[in-house]
Design a protein around this ligand. Structure first.
Ligand code: ZN
Length: 248
């Protein structure tokens, strides 16, 4: 693994250089590699497969796993010497993982929130998928971290509307999961903001190259956000098996 200060910077794109501590992929791999193994092995054990519709479990599991898989792959090859084209391809792959958790993670939430309104549920799922397609396009073609974060805004607003429906009683779902989902989105947003603000290394360049830089803080917040998604979904799944819509 090359040291960031000795590797040849001419082999990288400007974008790669702006990533700073991202260049040496070892620490970020630790931060996503360990959660990846834990999610891969232990997350399925906590999903009540026999009590829920199979697709909910599969979609939720893939949602939790996808950002860690894509990010591990991206960071694994961060010491490549292929220049900007390779870096941009890897970055697209990393962003695709984030897009997948945003898309797949929300589908079971939409299903449960609109459980008793089948027509609205189908329309909402289709609308969210279309919105997600647009988000993927924006995220993989974005030219800066700010634009990358903005790519997820419409999906976040859509989820906020779902949470408002739950809050007002119009939407269904476990009463305890709402707080967990709101924490999930708050952590994801804060992680994105820390990443684009480049705090704390902005105030002390070089000091946080290996530890406690903004990119690492963002990784930890994203992992915690996924954990909150999973906890929220477990609450919803427990609630779901004992709930029947009025008139059923
Ligand atoms: Zn990263």
């Amino acid at each position: 693994m090359k040291n960031p200060s000795t590797a040849n910077p001419e082999n990288r794109s400007l974008e790669a250089l702006q990533q700073g501590p991202e260049i040496d992929g070892q620490k970020p791999i630790d931060q996503f590699g360990i959660p990846f193994i834990c999610f891969l092995l232990f997350l399925p054990l906590s999903i009540p497969w026999a009590e829920v519709e199979w697709w909910i479990g599969v979609v939720h599991y893939l949602a939790c796993l996808s950002p860690t898989v894509c990010s591990v792959f991206y960071h694994l090859f961060m010491n490549h010497e292929g220049g900007a084209p390779i870096y941009d391809t890897l970055l697209c792959f990393d962003m695709f993982g984030v897009c997948l958790v945003n898309t797949l993670g929300a589908l079971p939430i939409i299903h449960i929130t609109l459980l008793c309104y089948p027509s609205s549920r189908r329309v909402a799922m289709l609308a969210y998928l279309l919105l997600s397609g647009y988000g993927v396009h924006c995220a993989v073609s974005a030219q800066s971290n700010v634009h990358r974060l903005q790519s997820f805004a419409w999906q976040a607003i859509f989820r906020l509307v779902l949470f408002m429906l739950r809050l007002t009683g119009a939407g269904r779902g476990s009463p305890t999961s709402l707080r967990l989902y709101l924490t999930m989105d708050t952590l994801a947003l804060l992680g994105g903001l820390v990443n684009i603000s480049r705090l704390p290394e902005r105030f002390s360049p070089g000091r946080f190259d290996y530890w406690f830089n903004s990119h690492q803080i963002m990784h930890i917040m994203v992992v915690l956000s996924i954990v909150y998604l999973h906890w929220g979904m477990l609450e919803d799944l427990t609630w779901l098996k004992g709930y029947h819509c009025p008139g059923e």
